[in-house]
Design a protein around this ligand. Structure first.
Ligand code: HEC
Length: 164
């Protein structure tokens, strides 16, 4: 009786874990090396030239670097350092993207990008004005949802570089 109760409980826990992370459950449904040969990447393709891809990936690594510094600063309740790391990743950074590249990016992609850049701005403002670690932690957690959503939706496909 006890044993069955425990098993049911674990079943419920597992069910809720998968329910909470539908994207993960979806991507981890294959098992073993054999299946990997048939794995396809069905995310929508952004068709970018090599230099555009390089630019996007530089920005991405800056995002990850910023998140790393912010998480570390939060562990020390250093909200000033959080603001300093978040600021350069805000909306102002979007002006660095050339118009020719912007024209290739789908609306949905731009919405995720705007949410993330705007999120960094908001985090920087609140970290400075409120100085509340828990509040900022929650904002960072919400921001990361946009990173996850965009990565689940898009991949890059490299086009031949255009002749200048
Ligand atoms: C608007 C869409 C979008 C948002 C928002 C986004 N990313 Fe990305 N990211 C991408 C795409 C597209 C790639 C390339 C994926 C591929 O081709 O498989 C990528 C790649 C990356 C990489 C790999 C970089 C490399 O050098 O290969 C990192 C790290 C990364 N993103 C971090 C982040 C973090 C952290 C956030 C949130 C703060 C974030 N991204 C938000 C679209 C996005």
């Amino acid at each position: 009786m006890m044993k069955q109760g425990k098993r049911l409980f674990m079943g419920a826990v597992l069910a809720s874990v998968f329910a909470a992370a539908p994207a993960l459950a979806h991507e981890e449904h294959s098992h073993g090396a054999a299946d990997h040969a048939n794995l396809t990447d069905d995310r929508k393709a952004l068709k970018l030239e090599p230099s555009e891809r390089a630019m996007l990936l530089i920005e991405m690594r800056q995002f990850l670097n910023g998140i790393q510094v912010m998480t570390e600063s939060l562990s020390r309740d250093d909200l000033k350092a959080v603001a300093n790391a978040a600021k350069p990743l805000g909306r102002a950074a979007m002006h660095e993207v050339p118009d020719s590249m912007k024209a290739k990016l789908p609306k949905e992609f731009k919405q995720f990008a705007l949410a993330v850049h705007g999120g960094f701005d908001q985090i920087a403002m609140d970290a400075e004005s409120l100085g509340d670690t828990k509040h900022t932690q929650k904002q960072v957690a919400d921001l990361l949802k946009n990173c996850v959503s965009c990565h689940n939706t898009f991949q890059i496909q490299v086009l031949p570089e255009k002749k200048q």
